[in-house]
Write a protein of this length. Sequence first.
Length: 93
Amino acid sequence: MAFSDDIVKQAWERSGTQCECNKRNHSHHYIPCAKFLVWNKRGSNSQGGWETFQIDPAGAFTLDNCEVLCWRCYEMESLNNSGPAISNSLEFK
């Protein structure tokens, strides 16, 4: 299962087009990552690339358990958790 298109859109809007990661073990340490993200670069390992991530792998696929991460933070979290939550690409309108 993965996040619904509606949840992804809501998480994207909440993020303000910035990476929501605040993990201390990433290169941004004690401050939020806040890298600028581009909607059309979802799933892309490039500048502006991003993906949704399930904060608690055992939790529900809800907005509260979804964060928008730049590709670098996404990959780091994917390595540390038991599986990322990816849904199909969307066309943001």
